[in-house]
Ligand binder design. Sequence first.
Ligand code: HEM
Length: 488
Amino acid sequence: MPDSELILCSLPSILALLLTFILIKRKRSRLNLPPGNMGWPFLGETLGYLKPYSATSVGEFMQQHVSRYGKIYKSNLFGEPTIVSTDAGLNRFILQNEGRLFECSYPRSIGGILGKWSMLVLVGDMHRDMRSISLNFLSHARLRSHLLREVEKHTVLVLSSWKEYSTFSAQDEAKKFTFNLMAKHIMSMDPGMPETEQLKKEYVTFMKGVVSAPLNLPGTAYRKALQSRRTILKFIERKMENRIQKTKEGGENMEEDDLLGWVLKHSNLSTEQILDLILSLLFAGHETSSVAIALAIYLLQGCPSAIQQLRVEHLEIARSKKQAGETELNWEDYKKMEFTQCVISETLRLGNVVRFLHRKALKDVRYRGYDIPCGWKVLPVISAVHLDPLLFDQPQQFNPWRWQNNGTRGSTTSGCPGLTTCNNFLPFGGGPRLCAGSELAKLEMAVFIHHLVLNYHWELADMDQAYAFPFVDFPKGLPIRVQRHTSM
Ligand code: HEM
């Protein structure tokens, strides 16, 4: 085809493209977008946004942007035009309108590694079905009847292995505890057994990839994690087949006490869906709680008066158990841990295990005069609200007493002193995607703290600090040295 004909043929497409571009431009110029900076082409401001900073702060990037543009600003992050919200009201609005105005939208790399059936990336009916399975399994009734006992057993197992005056990583110990608990709860795997240790090893490689740059190139952490994902899934699949085989042979009833047994018996999920569900629950339940426990150990060692008050609370519980001739904690004991709940809330507020969530706008949305265009990414930054001096007095300070019942609404057991504070405190997200394991997480933290303060005095063996990468981590693993309490 001669050049002139080629130009003539492609003219309509070029014109159409040009027209669309002009229309989008016009529409955008009519919109009242929040102020902000779109940064470099494609990269936008992603590098600045992801630059590590102290986990008990909002970081320099956020600080500068909020003071320059206000609590709601536009940017270009993770390759997409984005509205960043550090505004408590907008964050609640986004989370409450899940599925109507906004929808969960994690980067594609997360789906690649956690699986397309992972709860974190699913939306709509499939998300609802998977969620109800998880909620059923993490219900209040199960916490009381099964999980409290398991949580205590696994806590004692980890704490009793600590050697006095030796230095070890508190973060690794917290990870050991939450991994063992999840492996038991999900697939009835016992701690220390070769298959549990093998899975744990594979999982460590997997996790390194989840939090790394999603570069699927030879030698990268992401590529290695994809390989580990395949190994872990094969492992879970073999467990599944064994269960099904045993049930067929009638030699063993399908294990109902773990998640695997439950989904095999009560759901009609495909093998692929079950595998992704199990992997994503292992991830959601293990990483977050272990970071929260490490944060509590870290923040408490800087606040002796809080440890003192915790000891009084837990010594009293231990004393009354001794009098009643009981050894294991029960639900009534847990309910007595009121100051402990304040410590947990304060740890989650200041440490911010999950710092921001990924959403996208399903429609054009107007909020307080600003337009959020359909299809744009929206990031509710929950950590910025928790560290906002207008909402929390001296927000950088670890002050568990701020959560004590001060005569306003709410109760100390739920860790909420008043309605306003509760509304601004969203460590577990909110709306239809509120964390399915929030009650389990608080139970794990409380029981761990119970045995920790009763048995040990601890100190940092080397300076370490929690950093947001933006996932929270202690670069040195939080090295501590412990000393046993002589009297209880
Ligand atoms: C301190 C510990 C924890 C924190 C801070 C935390 C935080 C969160 C947050 C913020 C979300 C919302 C994500 C979003 O909206 O995009 C979430 C979701 C979720 N969490 Fe947790 N979590 C913790 C522990 C756990 C535990 C122990 C489990 C249970 C095994 C768990 C299971 C889940 C699940 C299944 C979801 C997805 C819920 C859904 O999409 O419907 N989490 N978590």
